[in-house]
Design a protein around this ligand. Structure first.
Ligand code: FE2
Length: 183
C-alpha cells in the first residue's frame, strides 16, 4: 500500500483528479491549503509496538517536529480491528470539523485517510507508515480509518487540553467515498 491523493468534487462526490502518488506532486496539490505533507524514512518497529517503542524509534523526528512547530507534547494513537466500539469511533471521526490548532500526525504503522475540504473540492489523502501530515488550524477535515482499522500514528499537540473538534454539521463526508482498504 502506498500514499495516494485523490481529489473529489464537493458537488457531485465524483473523483476529478488522481490518484496522485508522487510525493512532490502530492505536496504541490496540498500546498494551497497550507497542509504540510512529507514522507520520512520508516524505522524498524515491531508490529503492535508500544508508544515508548515508537518514541524511541522516532526520537530524532519527533524532537525535530516539536522544536519546529512548538509542540509541547506527543502521544501515540493506535487502532486495530479488535478495538471496542469501532463503529461509533469511526462515525465520530467521519464528521467534518476543524480545530483551533494544527492537527499533526506521523504514521508509523498501517494506514488511514484524511479528507481536506475546500469550497469546491475534497482532497482524500491516504497516509501510510512514514507519512507526516499537518492540517492547519481552521482547515475543515475529517478522517476515515475504514471498517477494519489498522494504524498507529504519533500525534503532536501545542495544547492537548485545547485540542477539541468544532464540528461544522455539514454532511459532506456522506457524499465522498469512504476509506475501505485498511487492515
Ligand atoms: Fe481533526
Amino acid at each position: 500500500m502506498m500514499t495516494e491523493l485523490t481529489v473529489f468534487a464537493c458537488g457531485t462526490g465524483r473523483a476529478i483528479e488522481g490518484p496522485i502518488t508522487a510525493e512532490t506532486a502530492i505536496r504541490a496539490a496540498l500546498a494551497p491549503l497550507g497542509v504540510r505533507f512529507e514522507r520520512w524514512p520508516t524505522r524498524p518497529l515491531a508490529e503492535g509496538a508500544s508508544p515508548e517503542d515508537v518514541f524511541v524509534a522516532y526520537a530524532a523526528e519527533i524532537g525535530r517536529l516539536k522544536r519546529e512547530g512548538g509542540y509541547q507534547s506527543a502521544d501515540v494513537v493506535r487502532l486495530t480491528p479488535q478495538a471496542p466500539d469501532l463503529e461509533a469511533l469511526r462515525a465520530k471521526f467521519l464528521d467534518e470539523h476543524a480545530h483551533a490548532e494544527d492537527e499533526v500526525r506521523f504514521f508509523v504503522e498501517g494506514s488511514g485517510a484524511f479528507y481536506l475540504r475546500t469550497e469546491e473540492k475534497v482532497f482524500q489523502l491516504v497516509c501510510v507508515a512514514g507519512d507526516l501530515i499537518s492540517v492547519p488550524a481552521g482547515q475543515r477535515h475529517w478522517f476515515d480509518m475504514g471498517a477494519r482499522p489498522h494504524f498507529a500514528a504519533v500525534r503532536l499537540f501545542t495544547n492537548p487540553d485545547g485540542w477539541v473538534a468544532r464540528f461544522t454539521g455539514d454532511p459532506i463526508a456522506r457524499r465522498i467515498p469512504l476509506y475501505e482498504r485498511a487492515a
